[in-house]
Design a protein around this ligand. Structure first.
Ligand SMILES: CC1=C(CCC(=O)O)c2cc3nc(cc4[nH]c(cc5[nH]c(cc1n2)c(C)c5CCC(=O)O)c(CCC(=O)O)c4C)C(CCC(=O)O)=C3C
Ligand SMILES: [Fe+2]
Length: 344
């Protein structure tokens, strides 16, 4: 089907010190995040002057999408809305409606499936449309892109550059470590239509990036940015604990690639560039953090390709994929639905 607009849909982040608390309240409303954890994360944001990098990264991506679409005679307007901070999705959809938009296709800044990274964005769309009312544009989310070459190749370049920046060391003493945002084990078990999809997609992305960048190097997939109360199990090991294990095993140098994030979010700048880098230093490990795609031209072209794949029928723009896990355009109603605590 045709769409009148393309929507960039993201998480949102504070842009001034006084935004930090209301932003965190938006993120954690109805969630079980202890106040101690919230205070800690507020400090991470204040460490960077109360400004999250994520909104400027979205502005840059939006501009790059416009230029890329123009180069390919795709004159569809592009809009940007967030889950947790301005521009809020409901305001964006109200503006789109005023502009005469009846339908939009949404690119979400997370490639993977799980409640937090996929279904919650579908709920955000439904809630924003309900807030806008009867003439709200219909919004369909684009498919997952965890194995698209436009995601895998920029990450692979990042890994190559990170490895090149480490002092030459025997291959056995060098390790490639992929990270993604930890999620509660229960959320991981319910991810996708049959469960386990978040980890399965990340494992596929890790394997594709490793095969492209460093096929002879051992690698691991571990987790970062754990939240929630301590008694609730989340995916482990944490990157910091894992660095300790590697040091014990005689590893001397690590390249860390945050495949869970498409740009250098605050989690990348704090949990990796500040905390994990510090852990590595204390352990005497050489440490290099690999780049995220950001506005890499191949990543921006991927967004245009995903839009064309969806808008131009009859296989004129076949899906470019490197992996074998199934992908689909429309999630089933039970996809990523929690067993114990229905959310939303
Ligand atoms: C899977 C996943 C992604 C990747 C997919 C995607 O990109 O969407 C992601 C991204 C992000 N998470 C972000 C920020 C936060 N996430 C939090 C809390 C949580 N994240 C969770 C999961 C994820 N989060 C979960 C299960 C929670 C617990 C509360 C809940 O069940 O919802 C909290 C509360 C404090 C805390 O950390 O406890 C904050 C501030 C930012 C913005 C960063 C910036 O400003 O640059 C981004 C991109
Ligand atoms: Fe998060």
């Amino acid at each position: 089907m045709g769409y009148d607009a393309v929507l960039l849909l993201s998480f949102g982040g504070p842009e001034r010190p006084e935004d930090v608390l209301p932003f965190l309240q938006n993120v954690t409303r109805g969630r079980r995040v202890p106040p101690e954890r919230l205070a800690e994360v507020a400090e991470h944001y204040q460490h960077f002057g109360g400004v999250s990098p994520i909104n400027d990264q979205c502005r840059a991506l939006l501009a790059a999408m416009r230029a890329e679409f123009d180069r390919h005679q795709l004159d569809t307007p592009v809009y940007w809305g967030n889950r947790n901070w301005h521009p809020m999705l409901a305001d964006t959809l109200a503006q789109a409606r005023d502009d005469g938009v009846e339908s939009a296709v949404a690119f979400v800044t997370s490639p993977y499936g799980s409640y937090s990274s996929c279904r919650q964005y579908l709920e955000d769309i439904a809630a924003a449309r309900a807030a806008v009312g009867p003439r709200a544009p219909v919004v369909h989310k684009l498919r997952h892109y965890h194995d698209h070459p436009g995601l895998v190749e920029p990450f692979a370049d990042g890994v190559r550059q990170a490895l090149a920046s480490l002092a030459p060391a025997p291959r056995e003493a060098t390790r490639l470590v992929f990270t993604a945002h930890s999620i509660p084990v229960e959320m991981a078990e319910c991810a996708g239509p049959e469960g386990g999809r978040y980890e399965a997609q990340l494992a596929e992305t890790a394997a594709l990036v490793a095969a492209a960048a460093a096929p002879d190097l051992p690698y691991d997939l571990v987790w970062q940015s754990r939240s929630g109360p301590p008694q609730v199990p989340w995916l482990e090991p944490d990157i910091n604990d894992h660095l300790g294990t590697l040091a014990e095993q005689g590893v001397g140098a690590v390249a860390v690639s945050p495949i869970g994030f498409i740009s250098d979010h605050l989690e990348v700048m704090w949990d990796l560039d500040t905390e994990a880098a510090d852990t590595a230093k204390q352990l005497g490990l050489e440490y290099a953090r690999a780049a995220t795609p950001g506005t890499d031209p191949r990543f921006v072209a991927m967004i245009r390709e995903l839009v064309q794949e969806r808008m131009v029928p009859e296989g004129d723009h076949p899906a470019r994929r490197m992996g074998t896990l199934p992908v689909w355009d429309t999630c089933l109603s039970h996809c990523c639905q929690s067993r114990s605590a229905p959310r939303g």
